[in-house]
Design a protein around this ligand. Structure first.
Ligand code: PLP
Length: 374
């Protein structure tokens, strides 16, 4: 079989998928450009590193890696269940919250179904919808925010899942409690609404929705997603979880891999949950880092979108991809948002103060040198 023949074997809709492009790993940039000092502010990771407590627990757990993990993630679910006062059978854990997104898609979507979300949102939603042969409807934003009324208008009888990233990646904006309640009262009961709260720990807004009570009330069509990748600093471990009605969780459990969350990840996540000081330091760093970037962008005359997450979207008024390439030459990895339909925007992850100062210094240098014209 030659390459062309093999290509024909793939499903038509798989051939059309544009692969997800993650932020460049530090090691790759060091290797390719021969740089010694590289700063990565591109993947919304935690600049504090992992919590020491989690590290200690994981080191001890290494001795048992010859054994399969607990397929039911009993301890982790128990710990999460205590954390939220939610029965353990309303929790599903995954290889990152990305896996739960995938389980929802695999569990619910038939070919030809519809998934609705927003434009300028997490690129994994269209990727996974298309993998299942569903169509993906990105509803236009209003002022960089999800337009929930616009989403309601798009619901039809083929609509199965609505994804709402709250706060949203890459804009950092959120939908309010009032907007969500109004929305949920109008969504048909047979449409799954998944609130992806990957960045919830960084939220300071007082009118941010508290949706756990819908889950506690066993509302059948609401799913909440959370992750250990951001505020807990464990992105490389890949652990996330979903909270939903018992019935929904039972279905998702049926289709997951038996050992989807590895042994070290389960133990690291449990220990991280106990490290309240680490969580507090992460939140404080992000809150201060956002304010620092706002101030610097204002001084530089650049518009930014106020953020409730651990990154800030900034309009650099020129092609973002070209600018990101220029920054890369100085060992600064940030994310150009062209693939998200924001051609003149960069997304900058909140790093340590030192990293942010370095970013601003390099950005100013590149803009001043006029290497990149508007
Ligand atoms: C909105 C959103 N949801 C989910 C995730 C994925 O998180 P995880 O690492 O738990 O798979 C991300 C990661 O960047 C994200 O931005």
């Amino acid at each position: 079989m030659n390459l062309a023949e093999m290509k024909k074997l793939f499903k038509d809709y798989v051939q059309e998928i544009v692969p997800y492009e993650p932020g460049k790993p530090i090691e790759e940039v060091e290797r390719e450009l021969g740089l010694l000092r590289v700063t990565k502010l591109a993947s919304n990771e935690n600049p504090l590193g992992p919590s020491r407590r989690a590290l200690r627990a994981m080191r001890a757990a290494l001795r048992r890696v010859h054994l399969y993990p607990d397929g039911g993630a009993y301890e982790l679910k128990k710990r999460l269940s205590q954390e939220y006062s939610l029965p353990a059978d309303q929790l599903v854990v995954g290889n990152g919250s990305n896996e739960i997104i995938e389980l929802l898609a695999r569990g619910f979507l038939n070919e030809g179904d519809r998934v609705i979300s927003s434009e300028h949102s997490f690129l994994v939603y269209p990727l996974i919808a298309k993998t299942c042969g569903a169509s993906y409807v990105p509803v236009p934003m209003r002022d960089f925010r999800y337009d929930l009324k616009g989403i309601l208008n798009q619901i039809d009888e083929r609509t199965k899942i609505i994804f709402i990233a709250n706060p949203n990646n890459p804009t950092g904006t959120y939908v309010t409690a009032q907007e969500v309640e109004d929305f949920l009262s109008k969504v048909p009961k047979d449409v799954v609404v998944c609130f992806d709260e990957a960045y919830v720990d960084f939220v300071e807004a007082k009118d941010f929705p508290y949706l756990l009570f819908h889950v506690k009330a066993n509302k059948p069509n609401v799913v909440l997603l959370r992750t250990f990748s951001k505020s807990f600093g464990l992105a490389g471990l890949r652990v996330g979880y979903g909270m939903a009605s018992g019935e929904m969780v039972r279905y998702l459990e049926k289709i997951r891999q038996p050992f989807n969350v590895n042994r070290i990840a389960q133990i690291g996540a449990c220990a991280a949950l106990d490290d309240r000081l680490f969580l507090w330091r992460s939140k404080r760093l992000v809150a201060r880092g956002r304010l620092y970037l706002y101030r610097k962008f204002e001084q530089m005359g650049l518009n930014y979108v106020p953020s409730e997450a651990n990154f800030v979207l900034v309009d650099v008024k020129r092609d973002a991809r070209t600018l990101a390439q220029a920054l890369l030459k100085y060992g600064m990895i940030v994310r150009a948002m062209n693939a998200y339909g924001l051609d003149t925007h960069l997304r900058v992850t909140i790093g340590t103060r030192f990293e942010l100062m370095r970013f601003i210094r390099i950005l100013k240098r590149v803009l001043r040198k006029g290497e990149i014209n508007p």
